[in-house]
Design a protein around this ligand. Sequence first.
Ligand code: FNR
Length: 385
Amino acid sequence: MLPELRYPSTAQDWRRLAERRLPRFLFDYVDGGAGDERTLAANVEDFAAVRLRQRVLVDVDRVDTSAPLAGQRCSLPLALAPIGLAGMVARRGEAQAARAAHAAGVPFTLSTVGICPLAEVRAAAPAPFWFQLYMLRDRGAVRALLDRAWDAGCRTLVFTVDLPLTGMRHRDIRHGMAAQGARPALIKALQVLARPGWLADVAVQGKPLLFGNLAEQVPGARDLNAFKAWVDAQFDPSVTWKDIEWLRGHWKGRLLLKGILDVEDARSAVAVGADGIVVSNHGGRQLDAVASSVSKLPAIARAVGGQTEVLVDGGVRSGVDLFKALALGARGVLIGRPWVWALAGGGEAGVRSLLATLQRELLLAMTLAGVTRIADIGPGHLDAD
Ligand code: FNR
């Protein structure tokens, strides 16, 4: 039985609510991208431009949206993407989102730079969740993180490879998350005062607002700025394909490489033995000149789809977009901003409602395209005319 749908339900509904609930700098942190945000826009627009075939008089009495992702049976082939600082948009946000994902039967991914530590997410939701890793210079710290992730029940590691340095995000620099100094601090304080609900719920009752997974590595750090300074110095831009071997030696579970946008890199990912890749440009937050991830998907899926599990993220806003991604060769998708907007707008219930909408939209798309199983969705469902 599919849950009932009511407003707010779509990603755009939740975005509007998030804008009303969050201090401006936080909304911009989530919403924004790099440079002029052209890649960010292309991610969404290129999904919108894909056309599907409408098919009729096919027996669609039993449509099944379930499918495996990284060896895990899911109610739909979708996972919640890793989002740094998601716990800033709602009280103990990652724990709430993990509970919602568990209830909906899809994986949640905890970011290295999440607010809630691994153990808290584990306690919130019994289902195995995924852990996302940024490579740090301190390999001892990385090993400790991987051990803790394993102990928390994570069996899929999402290793993000498209962030040797953080992209140029002007909204964050203006007077947002990354802005330093007295004036931006004052502007941010005023933005917080304009959102008393958020102030009470998150800033006061949601503490500690620290990078929960790195607390042991940065002893004595009392605020996010201290953590940010440590993390910025720790991101390791010297990482190459050779380091995947090192990672393989320390991680017994599945390994997904996230941030592949090039066929040659996809082939290298297969060569180093990745169990899967996520075709991604980090939601348009890194190089604002690269193509949308959906436009890169077909060629990458053709090149390596037979040898590794190809997922995609960036711009997925509906169950119809999910259907399009599958038709273009993906085995599943990750969603980023949509779940964070829903979390900001409605907490755990908001994320559950969003996931219910996505599942309903996927089921309808399958029904109207005349296909009953996820595995049968393919290029034949695209309108090539
Ligand atoms: C991200 N993303 C991200 N990726 C990652 O591997 N680790 C992280 O900590 C973060 N943090 C993060 C914060 C915010 C606010 C956003 C919007 C994105 C990228 C994310 O996992 C995913 O690739 C994109 O969000 C997908 O694009 P959409 O769904 O947001 O369009």
